[in-house]
Write a protein of this length. Structure first.
Length: 417
DNA sequence: TCTGGGGTCCTAGGACCC
DNA sequence: TCTGGGGTCCTAGGACCC
């Protein structure tokens, strides 16, 4: 049996914990650049403010003038999350922190779930000052669903137990399938086409259909909904696989120097975080894109993935990022967003002995040629410090070269020639 | 003169999550 | 003028090898 503890309007509740004047008022927490609302209190939801609604549109409406907006403060939220975790650990159960505001716990040993759930809620509210809801179920997916029901019933106890099979079957008939964890908008659309609307319709489908439409993830979700646990509690986080630093710009950027400055900054942050986790990266991806919401701007977006000599050195990461940008950049667009993603992460200690990554010299040569072309035309080569050869950082790949990458790069070159 | 096919690895992109 | 940021998993299909 699992329980899911999910904080209510987490970011807003964190703000309220430190400023009681926000209680009972419509509050939203804003994304980076104060761009859009990413958390809303019930009062704000009741005013019709949608998740992800742009703040500049909200504040333009006179009837929403009293809505209070807070810029997000992630270190505060992370700290509050840790407090909740510690409260749950204090109950002596196994805890899996699933996201910043959600934790699964193993409740096999719990006999009176209602009582236990209420005690949890009270304790979290008292110690961490955060209101939350608790959902119980024989699988994680059902516990998630139970939590949703607990949240939806605002006047209720904040605890919902879906451990009873017949009770579930009854409920499934009135719950839209899109409410289920793992069923997103694309899946809903596909399911609608074959007449599936409720969770009950969904679990009644033959396996072959589910498999065909939603692959193995869909099958897993069905099993979980039937009470057959496919997902276990992960009390220890797995090794990190990627790390990203991405931002939308406060205003559109048209000058190359400005974009380069942004990308260098992201690369610096990324390398810092990499070192913070004791990791090195074996590949780096840079992307830039125009504003997809704009109806007037010409659109362009592209990304490039480069192999690195595994490293967490700022100079190496920044050097590779600049080279990538050099190849990506196209003049004459208004850029709205850029980012850098570090991939092929490994623990720092295992780095020794993996200095020369390219397994296929012939293919490297092809890429090198393409890159040399870029460099001849578009600027200098940033060399890896201490490199024995004059290869640019981004010509060093660990695995096979992606042919589509080479193609894409030549497309870019062609477009610019 | 005839020009295979199966296994494996890799990547981009889609979908989903909070 | 202003529309988030950070992740994971799965699959199709290309490239390669023998």
């Amino acid at each position: 049996m699992f329980a899911l503890i999910d904080a209510n309007s987490f970011y807003c509740s964190c703000e309220r914990a430190f400023d009681p004047r926000l209680r009972g008022k419509p509050v939203v927490a804003l994304s980076n650049n104060d761009g859009c609302a990413i958390a809303r209190t019930n009062e704000a939801k009741d005013l019709g403010i949608k998740m992800g609604a742009p703040w500049h549109l909200i504040k333009g409406q006179p009837e929403l003038r009293h809505v209070i907006a807070k810029s997000s403060n992630y270190s505060l939220y992370a700290d509050m999350s840790r407090r909740i975790y510690e409260v749950l650990i204090g109950f002596g159960e196994e805890v899996e922190p699933y996201s910043i505001d959600e934790m699964f716990i193993d409740t096999r040993e719990v006999y009176d779930r209602d009582k236990f759930g209420c005690a949890l809620r009270r304790r979290v509210l008292k110690v961490a000052k955060i209101p939350c809801c608790v959902g119980f179920g024989p699988t994680k997916t059902i516990a998630k669903l139970a939590n949703r029901l607990a949240k939806a019933d605002r006047e209720g106890s904040g605890v919902c137990d879906l451990s009873d099979r017949s009770e579930r079957d009854e409920l499934y008939r009135s719950i839209p399938v899109g409410e289920v964890w793992g069923i997103g908008s694309a899946a809903v659309k596909k399911l609608e086409k074959i007449g599936v609307e409720t969770v009950a319709d969904f679990v009644a489908l033959p396996e072959s259909i589910v498999r065909e439409l939603l692959t193995v993830t869909g099958l897993r979700t069905v099993s979980e909904l039937k009470g057959l646990a496919c997902l276990s509690l992960a009390t220890q986080p797995g090794p990190k696989k990627s790390l990203a630093v991405t931002r939308s710009f406060g205003r559109a950027i048209s000058r190359r120097e400005d974009l380069e400055e942004a990308v260098i900054y992201y690369a610096t942050r990324a390398a810092e975080r990499l070192r913070g986790h004791g990791l090195i990266a074996g590949a780096l991806q840079v992307f830039i894109t125009t504003n997809p919401f704009s109806k007037t701007d010409r659109q362009y977006g592209n990304s490039i993935t480069l192999g690195l000599e595994p490293s967490n050195d700022t100079f190496v990461v920044v050097g590779a990022a600049r080279q990538a940008l050099e190849a990506l950049w196209c003049d004459g667009y208004r850029y709205a967003k850029a980012g850098i993603v570090l991939l092929d992460l490994e623990a720092q200690d295992s780095a020794a002995g993996s200095m020369f990554p390219s397994r296929d010299p012939a293919k490297s040569a092809v890429l090198m040629q393409a890159l040399d072309g870029v460099n001849r035309r578009y600027g200098r080569l940033a060399l890896r410090p201490g490199s024995l050869t004059n290869r640019p950082v981004w010509a060093m790949r660990r695995g096979n070269l992606s042919p589509s990458y080479t193609t894409r790069l030549s497309d870019i070159l062609k477009a610019r020639a």
